[in-house]
Design a protein around this ligand. Structure first.
Ligand SMILES: Cc1cc2nc3c(=O)[nH]c(=O)nc-3n(C[C@H](O)[C@H](O)[C@H](O)COP(=O)(O)OP(=O)(O)OC[C@H]3O[C@@H](n4cnc5c(N)ncnc54)[C@H](O)[C@@H]3O)c2cc1C
Length: 406
């Protein structure tokens, strides 16, 4: 518990002078929002401060340091599965940067976006669409409300060609504990940084998964949407085939680096959760097997995507199919248009079989939208599979809805 010592009381006053009353929150509703976690670990948030600019972050850090108060910064705080927004220990002030929502610049020539911590996947995708910029948002399964900067800083992973999100970070700005500002060497000029390593020792990595500074801006390389984005799916019928499948996936990724995005491998439990209305959590292994068999689901299923030029498409497909034939019991290459047509056709047929397939096709289409850089909530219902109820009319948020997944 954070005891309101004299120094904390003075710090609160000084933060209020910088941020105004609304920027320093101790009200139960705000604190409750930040004390939720998807794990069973203790979640703390006794004071939330919410600066709106790098200058305010700096002033807040000077005050915190003066009074010896630890600060834990989050961007959107949706680090579900890894502590959510909560601070790591009780006597620590939470700094909420979700109000810093500026997309500072987009350099079309270098394909680099510079943005603040509160810019979500949905906000970046919306910006790119409004401006008619054909670049891919670095989406993840965590969905539209998550910070692009926060995810990259935590070394998040996605399915678009720049799968390793911190690898795509070309420069950043961070406020240090004493309030001073760090900027990557190549960010100091007038243009966006285009060379990750800059000059001299590489320091940006110090700010990744460390808490050594509050990152207030980041420049990230985006991938221009290629003309062909083609999903492929493969089945691994039995558990015994998993080892060969993992070797095969490794070979696939070596085959065409940059042209095959992240490959998502899903087990029977996950497939059942996505494809059926049954309560999968709590089923025995044998029950899962028979439920999966009834729906024609394999032990494992993989989804990948090809990003390429039309002239490369046919040969890439052929190479991938040859590799898949070595370990997969079945494979499928379907375009968005083909899946949409199938869904439309199934919509005309009656019965449970047709409904189940429509549901599967809907998920597949949502998955393709992700491959095309459109954030979606397609993966989040997994966290609700044990029966948690989502708040009606609001984006999914497992921490708020008291659920999660391991
Ligand atoms: C169903 C499901 C699917 C998921 N799929 C994916 C996935 O495909 N890929 C993936 O990578 N993750 C995934 N996640 C995990 C997680 O939800 C995401 O990584 C999410 O983007 C992290 O939350 P955030 O963007 O709000 O970051 P935040 O919670 O804001 O930040 C994460 C952490 O980074 C640090 N930090 C953040 N901002 C700053 C800053 N400005 N300065 C200093 N330190 C900072 C803090 O330590 C913070 O706790 C998934 C989770 C679920 C439940």
């Amino acid at each position: 518990m954070f005891s309101e010592t004299t120094s904390l009381a003075i710090a609160l006053q000084q933060w209020r002078a910088v941020l105004g009353e609304s920027g320093v929150r101790l009200d139960p509703a705000t604190l409750a929002r930040f004390q939720q976690d998807t794990m069973c670990s203790a979640a703390y948030a006794e004071v939330v401060i919410a600066p709106l600019s790098a200058a305010q972050v700096s002033a807040c850090m000077v005050i915190a340091r003066r009074h010896g108060i630890a600060v834990h910064a989050v961007s959107t705080g949706h680090n579900w599965g890894y502590g959510s927004a909560s601070t790591t220990h009780a006597s620590c002030v939470l700094m909420d940067l979700s109000g810093m929502k500026r997309i500072v610049s987009f350099d079309e020539e270098l394909s680099v976006v510079t943005l603040e911590p509160g810019v979500t996947q949905a906000a970046l995708a919306g910006y790119l669409q409004e401006q008619g910029l054909p670049w891919l948002t670095p989406v993840t399964g965590a969905g539209p409300t998550c910070s692009v900067l926060g995810n990259a800083l935590e070394r998040g992973f996605g399915i678009t060609p720049h799968t390793d999100h911190f690898q795509a970070v070309l420069g950043l700005e961070a406020v240090l504990a004493d309030g001073s500002l760090y900027r990557s060497p190549m960010s100091l000029g007038a243009t966006a940084p285009c060379f990750k390593w800059g000059v001299g020792p590489y320091l940006d990595g110090l700010f990744s998964q460390s808490g050594l500074g509050v990152v207030t801006q980041m420049s990230i390389a985006l991938v221009k949407k290629p003309p062909v984005i083609q999903p492929f799916y493969f089945w691994v019928a039995e558990d015994e085939g998993l080892e060969a499948a993992l070797d095969g996936i490794k070979r696939l990724l070596e085959l065409a680096p940059g042209q095959i995005g992240g490959i998502n491998l899903m087990n029977r439990t996950r497939l059942l959760t996505m494809a059926s209305d049954a309560q999968v959590v709590g089923m025995s292994e044998a029950q899962q097997r028979s439920a999966a068999a009834a729906l024609g689901l394999p032990a494992w299923m993989g989804v990948g995507s090809i990003y390429c030029q039309p002239a490369q498409h046919r040969s890439l497909k052929r190479m991938i199919r040859t590799e898949l034939n070595r370990f997969a019991s079945k494979s499928l290459f379907q375009t968005r248009g083909q899946l949409t047509a199938m869904a439309r056709l199934l919509g005309k047929l009656p019965g449970g079989w047709s409904r189940r397939w429509q549901r599967t096709l809907h998920k597949m289409l949502q998955g393709i939208a992700l491959m095309q850089g459109q954030p979606s909530e397609v993966a989040l219902p997994l966290a609700y599979a044990a029966g948690a109820k989502a708040l009606a009319g609001a984006p999914l948020n497992p921490a708020r809805d008291n659920c999660g997944l391991i």
